[in-house]
Design a protein around this ligand. Structure first.
Ligand SMILES: *Cc1c(COP(=O)(O)O)cnc(C)c1O
Length: 237
């Protein structure tokens, strides 16, 4: 892993060039208004994250609550120019962590079941907060992946959208390692367009990682979650 500003800024520039090209190739009706890079920092210790803002990264994404909260606390004592603009939570969230994460992350990407949505709603409501979230969909259908099924989410959507204390900003999905990532991302976008044809509420599509973010942007991703390619020393994706 290399986390100095020079290396990371060069990788970010390469990612942005690729995103720009993929946006241009995308159908205008599919293209997101803007694509933001979530720097997935789960591989890094806090001390390795201090130059990331200087390299141009603004959003940090973490997948484990305990580690993420420790980093948030450590960053609170850092000068503002080192702090990310936003912390996102992207990993599987256990019910017993709900109290600790509500209100601490600008966006939780990984609401993968009704009970979790209800618990987040209750906790946010108790604290008088509104927690922005994405609903995670298992578009690849793999047993190892979390998330609502497409039919399940369609059925639960009327209930989910009535939950107070949550702001449902969009959908999140992961493609199978082997498979047609583009087709899986397209299904996620089509599901969003069925649930919210005006795109008035579900504006965000969080899809694409180091190996497939080009395909994701081509299919309308507005948030790409990238770790390995930003920080690895190896050339190319
Ligand atoms: C680790 C992780 C990523 C980043 O994956 P890379 O292949 O390292 O870019 C993205 N999303 C989630 C949910 C992750 O856990």
């Amino acid at each position: 892993m290399r986390t100095d500003a020079e290396h990371v800024a060069a990788r970010l520039a390469a990612i942005q060039a690729r995103i720009g090209a993929a946006r241009l190739e995308a159908e205008p009706s599919v293209r997101a208004d803007r694509v933001r890079v979530v720097a997935v920092t789960k591989y890094l210790e806090t001390e390795q994250m201090l130059e990331l803002r200087a390299a141009g990264l603004e959003l940090f994404g973490e997948n484990r609550a305990q580690a993420a909260l420790a980093k948030l606390e450590a960053f609170a004592t850092q000068p503002p120019e080192r702090q990310p603009l936003e912390w996102h939570f992207i990993g599987t969230l256990q019910g017993n962590k709900v109290r600790q994460v509500v209100g601490r992350f600008q966006l939780i990407h990984s609401v993968d079941r009704l009970e979790l949505a209800e618990e987040l709603s209750r906790e946010a409501g108790n604290r008088g907060l509104v927690q922005p979230v994405l609903l995670q969909v298992n578009v690849s259908g793999e047993a190892s992946k979390h998330g609502f099924t497409e039919d399940g989410l369609t059925e639960l959507w009327p209930r989910l959208r009535r939950l107070e204390g949550l702001r449902l900003d969009g959908l999140m999905g992961m493609a199978a390692a082997e498979g047609d990532a583009g087709a899986e991302f397209r299904r996620l976008r089509q599901l969003r367009d069925r649930l919210d044809p005006e795109r008035g509420q579900l504006r965000e599509l969080s899809m694409g990682m180091s190996g497939d973010f080009g395909e994701a942007v081509h299919e309308g991703a507005s948030l790409v979650r990238i770790g390995t390619y930003l920080f690895s020393e190896e050339a190319g994706t």
